[in-house]
Design a protein around this ligand. Structure first.
Ligand SMILES: CC(C)(COP(=O)(O)OP(=O)(O)OC[C@H]1O[C@@H](n2cnc3c(N)ncnc32)[C@H](O)[C@@H]1OP(=O)(O)O)[C@@H](O)C(=O)NCCC(=O)NCCS
Length: 160
């Protein structure tokens, strides 16, 4: 297995494939279409085949939000998601960002996936999925209501 992580310009991103992957993480195609043009896209390739994708949107003042990250089910648990997340974290660290944020509706293994890379629990956005999605969203048969907000703060490099 030869893994590569790279940024792809969202103008020539393979839309169908990107959409297929991002829909694993975010069930709303409409929402993905609205944030994708404003996002940076990163993909994970395994022997040249795109197996994972991630979209990150700038919120302003050095703060960026990871809007979606997903690995194709056939390629999960092989380290691609962790490699993609680590790459994104280092990319924004190198660009001088202050903070990376992510919201998740599932408080299952995804929570540990982010915490392992230094994300900390910030707050709970109660009823987020009721306010933002017209249809109930189920994950592992459980209806999602609340969004857990996680934050990774980069150390202030101006402080000695
Ligand atoms: C979250 C996701 C991107 C992780 O990608 P991945 O390539 O499978 O992750 P990794 O192989 O790097 O796994 C890292 C660790 O996460 C945990 N993990 C990943 N998938 C898991 C699963 N299905 N069940 C339990 N733990 C899991 C494990 O602890 C794993 O380490 P291990 O395999 O050594 O035990 C991927 O599972 C995915 O696309 N999930 C569906 C979409 C999603 O939930 N996105 C996040 C939205 S908040």
């Amino acid at each position: 297995m030869s893994r590569t992580i790279r940024e792809i310009p969202n103008t020539d991103a393979p839309m169908e494939l990107l959409m297929e992957l991002l829909l694993i993480a975010d069930p709303s195609e409409e929402k993905i279409r609205s944030y994708l043009p404003k996002s940076k896209c990163f993909v994970a390739l395994d022997d040249g085949v795109t197996v994972g994708a991630c979209a990150v949107q700038a919120l302003g003042a050095g703060v960026h939000e990871l809007m979606a990250i997903a690995v194709h089910p056939a390629h999960q648990r092989a380290g691609h998601g962790t490699a993609l997340l680590k790459h994104v974290i280092e990319f924004y660290r190198a660009s001088g960002a202050r903070r990376l944020e992510v919201g998740t509706g599932t408080f299952g293994y995804q929570l540990a996936f982010y915490q392992r890379q230094g994300f900390r629990v910030d707050r709970i956005d109660h009823d987020f999925f009721i306010r933002n999605y017209p249809e109930p969203i189920l994950e592992d048969g459980i209806r999602l209501f609340d969004m857990l907000r996680l934050t990774l703060n980069y150390p202030d490099r101006t402080t000695p």
